[in-house]
Design a protein around this ligand. Structure first.
Ligand code: OGA
Ligand code: MN
Length: 204
């Protein structure tokens, strides 16, 4: 068994228990660096679009990031390596928790200094397809004073702040947890992904 599948096994236990966890060994350092370099280069080339929220994908004041969706069948090598690992995670979660995950969707996101994503839940109103939210961070040498934590709201309004440190993957159940992105003092890069099941198609 590889190191990855051991930590995926632990992640399955954590999702079944607390409903969230952090995995720090999804990819090796060179793969993380390749993703960060690609995201930064695409942002510099103005290839990221102002993010939208909700079914109508309206431009939003709720969030200030710019995004680029990974295109199925046309991914760069770093994007494919990342997606392959998430697909492997889906396999473990399906075997151990019978979640019925069939695919993942992912986008790069860049938050300029001061940009936020206000408190929200990831489950879309018109679809129950998103089961697990997975946020992967691409920022080398992130310190607490840089801000930019992902604030995850737990029961009774307790919360945990997760720093967007390169190589860190945060997993949580999309339906259960509200969360927000706090402002940072430097550019903040992430990949936001959702592990999806087939939507029931029933309006929620
Ligand atoms: C999102 C989100 C968090 C992050 O895109 O829905 O909550 O830390 N992103 O980038
Ligand atoms: Mn979110």
């Amino acid at each position: 068994m590889t190191v990855g599948s051991i930590s995926f096994h632990a992640a399955a236990d954590a999702l079944a228990g607390d409903g969230w966890c952090v995995v720090d060994d999804l990819l090796d350092a060179s793969q993380v660096t390749a993703l960060a370099a690609e995201c930064a280069a695409m942002h510099d080339a103005s290839l990221l679009q102002p993010a939208a929220t909700g079914a109508e994908r309206k431009l939003s004041t709720l969030r200030g990031d710019r995004t680029h969706w990974f295109a199925t069948g046309a991914m760069s090598a770093p994007q494919q390596a990342f997606t392959d690992r998430l697909d492997a995670l889906c396999g473990v979660l399906n075997r151990e928790l019978m979640l019925g995950l069939v695919e993942c969707e992912s986008h790069y996101a860049v938050y300029r200094p001061g940009a936020v994503y206000a408190r929200h839940r990831d489950r879309l109103r018109h679809s129950d397809a998103r089961v697990v939210s997975a946020v992967f961070y691409l920022n080398a040498d992130w310190r607490e004073r840089d801000g930019g934590a992902l604030r995850l709201y737990l029961a009774d309004d307790a919360h945990r702040d997760i720093l967007p440190q390169a190589g860190r993957l945060l997993l949580f159940l999309s339906e259960r947890f509200e969360h927000e992105v706090l402002p940072a003092t430097r550019d903040r890069m992430s990949i936001a992904s959702w592990l999806r099941r087939r939507s029931s198609g029933v309006p929620l």
